[in-house]
Design a protein around this ligand. Structure first.
Ligand SMILES: O=c1[nH]c(NC[C@H](O)[C@H](O)[C@H](O)CO)c([N+](=O)[O-])c(=O)[nH]1
Length: 154
């Protein structure tokens, strides 16, 4: 009986990160957290490429493009959508989530969902490096796990 589960040692992984610039007061913190998470799990800095897009709605396209290069073991998509400040909150969130999942499924490269969807700015700040942790860091750990796990199926 085989149990497939991966470790969190990222020393031979190459990772791409795409970040939405909208709410960049928050998303830049998510990016810092993601890079910190990758580096502290052994991913070397020169194996981390990053891209910026206007907002969460554009994350899926660039995540897919990066995955299609076949240069990366995983792609991390980071963004922040705050309902209080977004009239079309539901569309941005659902399109981002759907598109990010599709980017992974259609390419076979893990694309990690690191998009904050919150009611308030405070909730976003809590999840970008204060009392509720850093969603970017968490996404990085998931990327290392998934990058390693996929190698088990090669
Ligand atoms: O990442 C976000 N993009 C947002 N909109 C921009 C969207 O992602 C696209 O960049 C834009 O619609 C152009 O395509 C947001 N709001 O609308 O508030 C938001 O809260 N977060």
């Amino acid at each position: 009986e085989t149990v497939y589960e991966a470790n969190l040692i990222g020393s031979d992984l190459k990772i791409a990160i795409v970040t939405g610039r909208f709410n960049d007061f928050i998303t830049s913190r998510l990016l810092d957290g993601a890079v910190d998470g990758l580096v502290r799990h052994g991913v070397s800095k020169e194996n981390i490429d990053t891209a910026w897009v206007p907002g969460a709605f554009e994350l899926p396209l660039v995540a897919k493009k990066m995955a299609e290069t076949k240069k990366y073991d995983a792609v991390i998509a980071l963004g922040t959508v705050i309902r209080g400040a977004t009239t079309h909150y539901d569309y941005v969130c659902s399109e981002a989530a759907k598109g990010i999942a599709q980017a992974g499924m259609s390419t076979g490269v893990p694309v990690i969902f690191g998009v904050l969807t919150t009611e308030t700015i405070e909730q976003a700040i809590e999840r970008a490096g204060t009392k509720a942790g850093n969603k970017g860091y968490e996404a990085a750990v998931s990327a290392v796990e998934m990058g390693n796990l996929m190698k088990a199926f090669d």
